[in-house]
Design a protein. Structure first.
Length: 96
């Protein structure tokens, strides 16, 4: 289970039936639990829908050989909720 700053978003994604594709420590010891979902996360809409604390920040990584992702990272707890990068959104549902 993710930290208190992201758990409501995680629950909403799971309740909507969005497929979880990975859960764990993806990068380094600076990452605690990151959960990846098979959708595009509409970050502006999610910021209006959920009352995220200031420690939750937008994240986007457009890697060329190590994957692409976009989502929200909690800098207090080192947890994150990730979806697909905007460049891949045409093939995935949008979660807002």
């Amino acid at each position: 289970m993710l930290c208190e700053h992201l758990v409501e978003l995680e629950r909403a994604l799971l309740a909507a039936g969005i497929r979880e594709t990975y859960r764990g420590q993806p990068w380094s010891s600076n990452c605690r639990e990151w959960v990846y979902f098979a959708c595009y996360l509409d970050l502006p809409a999610l910021r209006q829908r959920f009352a995220f604390d200031e420690c939750v920040r937008d994240h986007e990584h457009r890697g060329t050989h190590d994957g692409q992702e976009a989502g929200l990272v909690c800098f207090a707890c080192c947890d994150a909720v990730m979806g697909v990068h905007a460049s891949s959104r045409a093939n995935h549902p949008v979660f807002a």
